[in-house]
Design a protein around this ligand. Sequence first.
Ligand code: GYE
Length: 367
Amino acid sequence: MLRKGFREAATLLLLTPLALVGCSTATPAAVGSPGASSAAATATAAADCTLLSAPEPGNSEPPAGVAMAEKAPKLTAKDKYVAAFSQNASNNPWRLAETASMKAEAEKQGVKLTITDGNNDQAKQIQDVRSLISQKPDILFLAPMTDPVATVVKEAAKAGIPVVLLDREVDKSAVAGTDYVTVIRSDFVQEGKRAAWAMAKATNGKATIIELEGTTGASPANDRKKGFDEAIAACPDMKVVASQDGDFTRAKGQQVAEALLQAHPDATAVYAHNDEMALGAISAIKSMGKTPGKDIMVVSIDGEKDALQAIIDGELYASVECNPGFGPSAFEVMKKYAAGEKIPTVMINPDKMYDASNAKDFLATAY
Ligand code: GYE
């Protein structure tokens, strides 16, 4: 948790302020894109923004006291599994990369995998899951669009099908370890905190921020907001002045960014809950005759190829990774569960931080 980061920072502050300038806590100009020395980033740092002296929060500690999945439908070990995957949308590179990872791993493991696409429509995804349940797969992988998909998670459990949630949560009416086996995901609150840290670096702790939220009701949208808000509370001169749903898409991100930037001409920063919306915002900033990464600093989450390129181009300051490569972990859980091994009810993926110091190194392998 960032708390750990704060604790470390507080200890360091007590010991020696000089120790704070380590390799992972370099000055804004050293860490950031060329935009770090921009007009948006005020020349003098906000002295009372403690994020500026804190180390990059990094990944959270693995959650403590996680229960094991005891009451979910069982999976019988077989030579050949028939699996289903309900994807919620195919409208951005992150979703396409996740689906490709599931397909590739199923092929590798000789698993027959049926995939449905919810078209970014919750009602369609609910229908998809019902039709997959009626096909009685051995296991159902489900990347939920929004919280209410919990309804069909419970229906799958009633039908005796073990469910593994991928990349998002559903609402708590579906019980982990009972209605579904586990959820594999990132720590989205932590991602929000790491984005806030990067934003503090980008703006020297002084920013008038526009926030582009992910799809309303999707757990990463809730948590990325929460983590960011909690972290910037450490910086009195960082304020979110407008926050709106950009549906995790480039087109909506651009449209919402245009409207909010017009309504708030004093904005100096955009925090987007994913790269696609950040890239939309970058287009919006340009169309208003402003320079992204200079007049307006942009920070986001995911680490897709176009975002890494935008970092290299100095238009995006940083992107907190959220890795879509779920195939290997999803099918490993399936095999372990079938073998009777105990499965924790939540499994957290570690994420990197991409900025001007490393974006080039990851460009060739990005999605
Ligand atoms: O960040 C975003 C996608 O649920 C973690 O959904 C996922 C998010 C991802 O559409 O780009």
